[in-house]
Design a protein around this ligand. Structure first.
Ligand code: HEC
Length: 276
């Protein structure tokens, strides 16, 4: 073999290696999991959250406390589920009000990898999404949404949404700012979208890829998105996110949701993302 050929083969090999190291999804068996509990939120839209007469946390929220700061204790939810299936729910609630989702995360120079695994309960109340037994969604707020470091997905939730008691035909929206939205649906569709003054299920800039599967009674959904995107996720500071799972063919607001949590990319966070 002549020297020139050897050098070019060597370079090609190096190039391939570098590329693989870059885009390789993590070995999930080496990434620690954090339990985040999702719950049926009843009808507790933004207007309810901010109402001093209705929500005991409205003043604390205005002073800068976060939903999770008041409602998560030692990793468990401190929320009265009987209110969320009773006085705060006019239509009907799922049989299982809350369950844990195992969240794992990793990142490299370009991408965030996020893996959710959970047992999705049967016994849903609303089964209006005939096409999808399951949808898993993750939202990332940007800095312009109201109280982005406190409220998780709640800034998208309003009392005039489609499936609310006094609903219109609106879907989720925010008063200001934007969320990046990524979703995997069990029919096989992956969405890379956003929530601004309206919800868009595509047109996102995060290059979202997702795959999911059910094994026994456990679902595993893995997302890959660019750190750059509508909402740029930078290493060195915590990233805010929230999760929603539509289980048992649930549609509209009949999802189980998390409060807002932080993802630590080279920083502290409720979920620590492992560097690749
Ligand atoms: C300063 C503490 C505090 C903050 C911050 C706070 N809450 Fe609450 N929240 C409460 C208290 C106290 C109650 C129950 C008492 C009441 O409302 O009468 C409550 C009640 C609720 C309930 C009804 C179920 C129950 O346990 O009574 C929901 C749902 C809820 N909060 C969601 C949220 C969400 C979502 C956020 C963030 C957008 C939030 N809370 C922020 C203190 C807080």
């Amino acid at each position: 073999m002549n020297q020139k050929l050897m050098v070019s083969l060597l370079l090609a090999g190096l190039g391939m290696g570098a590329q693989l190291a870059h885009a390789a999804p993590p070995d999930w068996s080496k990434v620690p999991a954090t339990k985040i509990h999702v719950f049926h939120p009843g009808q507790t839209p933004w207007q309810w959250i901010e109402s001093k007469g209705k929500h005991g946390g409205s003043r604390g929220l205005a002073r800068g406390e976060s939903c999770a700061g008041c409602h998560v204790e030692g990793g468990e939810l401190n929320l009265d589920m009987s209110r969320l299936s009773g006085e705060l729910e006019t239509k009907g609630a799922p049989k299982t009000m809350t369950y844990p989702v195992n969240v794992q995360a990793a990142y490299d120079a370009d991408n965030l990898y996020l893996r959710l695994s959970f047992k999705a309960p049967a016994g849903g109340f609303d089964k209006s999404d005939k096409d999808n037994e399951l949808k898993a969604t993750v939202l990332f707020p940007n800095a312009q949404i109201p109280m982005p470091e406190q409220v998780g997905c709640w800034a998208t939730c309003h009392q005039d949404l489609k499936t609310m008691k006094d609903g219109s035909d609106k879907t989720k929206y925010v008063a200001s700012g934007a969320y990046d939205l990524m979703q995997w649906a069990s029919s096989g569709k992956t969405s890379d979208g956003s929530i601004t003054d309206k919800r868009a299920m595509d047109g996102g800039k995060a290059g979202v890829k997702a795959e999911g599967a059910k094994s026994g009674d456990t679902w595993t959904v893995t997302f890959t998105r660019k750190l750059a995107g509508g909402v740029a996720l930078a290493a060195g500071k915590p990233v805010q996110f929230g999760i929603a799972v539509h289980a048992d063919n649930a549609g509209g607001r009949f999802h189980h949701v998390s409060l807002g949590h932080t993802l630590g990319l080279g920083a502290d966070g409720d979920v620590k993302a492992v560097k690749q």
